[in-house]
Design a protein around this ligand. Structure first.
Ligand SMILES: Nc1ncnc2c1ncn2[C@@H]1O[C@H](COP(=O)(O)OP(=O)(O)O)[C@@H](O)[C@H]1O
Ligand code: SF4
Ligand SMILES: [Mg+2]
Length: 393
């Protein structure tokens, strides 16, 4: 029998109200999106800093689900500078993938919508597209060409019924329709060599199942790099691989990034992966950025109690401990987020002020920013993340 006192219980009446509300809101948002296709003013803007490739500015991406609105990404701010690697870390479900899918406009629509903020993508001369409103015709030219993605499981990213060569050729052809066949193939072979595949002619005519996991991930990297993108999004690129292969793939990514002058957005739940590779680190928790800074700042001077907890729960070679630290409690219910610090119920460093509203962003150095009341007197208060009131949509 249903437990009416259970907070996740939804009555039939409430369920009908949510369905009706979702239908109205998503219909309206989809209509606005279709409209934005016409006027370039609605999707062109300027970069705050022309040295960034991407600027996430107070991005809010919500899912209008049958149990209510899930604020998967809620007021996220961070930049990806040119030719650098930005690690985005946080536990499973904190909104890392949704942030990257918002940038690619690959959200599951109509239920998933970016309802607030700007995602500026640098197109040169200080000009930018605001990806949130960019029409599909332009997105098709950006995806795979200017921004490409590498996923966790290489077998599911590759098509099992096509040969490796054809799958890489396809990307080059799609973005360079004029290129002659021989040149396309030569480029593919060049890419295979670049990602460290010795028998490139042989692999060109193989099927994905004939390759090992590490080799498949190299192929995915070759596909992602086929058009020399300005940004590579690597979403847990090594999680499905064993440890020795992980290191090789990360090394490969880092080398190729430097060769192509690209930037990398490296998404992972594993701090170890970020440590060796990232220039900047963004720590997310429950759909928000709680701390960001250079890799050095985050690893040597973590400030937010959650980041400190993450560091303590990471095994360190040469340090003997009886038991690894475990952050107590769990993430709040994403449908009804509290209006105080999302980490408060798990936090062991609570102080005065923590019962107030969600903490503001506080700048502790030029590059180091943290959202926590413990630092309220230590730096400049930059402002509060702006959530969108869905009732007003
Ligand atoms: N298609 C979807 N519909 C509803 N909720 C979703 C959908 N995709 C993701 N979410 C929710 O958004 C939140 C963030 O997910 P995600 O970005 O995938 O997390 P991660 O940090 O592990 O990549 C989670 O609470 C997840 O349940
Ligand atoms: S604001 Fe308070 S409750 Fe939240 S993380 Fe900082 S110390 Fe902990
Ligand atoms: Mg993910």
């Amino acid at each position: 029998m249903a437990d009416h006192k259970n907070s996740s219980y939804i009555s039939g009446k409430e369920s009908r109200r949510i369905t009706k509300f979702n239908r109205r809101v998503t219909k309206k948002l989809e209509a606005a999106r279709a409209d934005a296709n016409k006027d370039p003013k609605l999707y062109t803007t300027t970069m705050k800093d022309p040295n960034n490739v991407v600027e996430f500015d107070n991005v809010c991406t919500y899912f209008f689900t049958d149990v209510g609105t899930v604020k998967a990404v809620d007021g996220v701010n961070f930049n990806i500078p040119k030719c650098s690697t930005v690690g985005v870390v946080g536990e499973s479900g904190c909104g890392k993938s949704v942030t990257s899918l918002s940038l690619m406009q690959l959200l599951q629509r109509p239920s998933g919508q970016t309802v607030g903020g700007e995602i500026r993508f640098n197109i040169g001369d200080g000009k930018a597209y605001n990806i949130v409103n960019t029409p599909n015709a332009i997105m098709e030219k950006i995806r795979g060409n200017k921004i490409s993605m590498i996923f966790q499981e290489p077998m599911t990213s590759l098509n099992p019924v096509f040969r490796i060569g054809e799958q890489i050729d396809e990307v080059t052809k799609l973005h360079n329709p004029e290129m002659p066949e021989e040149e396309v193939k030569a480029r593919t072979l060049e890419m295979l060599e670049l990602v460290g595949i010795a028998n490139k002619e042989g692999v060109y005519s193989m099927y994905p199942h004939e390759l090992s996991g590490g080799m498949r991930q190299r192929i995915c990297i070759a596909i992602a790099l086929a058009c020399s993108p300005t940004l590579i999004i690597a979403d847990e690129p090594t999680t499905a691989l064993d440890v020795t292969i992980q290191a090789q793939i990360l090394d490969l990514l880092q080398n190729l990034k430097d060769k192509l002058n690209s930037s990398i957005m490296l998404i992972t739940h594993d701090l170890g992966v970020v440590a060796g590779m990232a220039d900047y680190v963004v720590v997310m928790y429950a759909g928000r950025v709680i701390e960001k800074g250079t890799a050095d700042e985050i690893f040597h001077n973590p400030c937010h109690p959650y980041t400190i907890g993450l560091m303590r729960s990471k095994p360190v070679v040469g340090k003997k401990v009886d038991e690894l630290y475990n952050i107590p409690g769990s993430v709040p219910n994403p449908v009804n987020m509290p209006n105080y610090c999302y980490f408060r119920d798990r936090c062991e460093m609570r102080c005065e002020g923590c019962d107030g509203k969600y903490p503001p962003e506080i700048r502790i150095s030029d590059t180091h920013i943290v959202s926590c009341y413990r630092y309220i007197n230590d730096g400049e208060v930059l402002g509060y993340p702006k959530s969108v009131n869905v009732e007003e949509l």
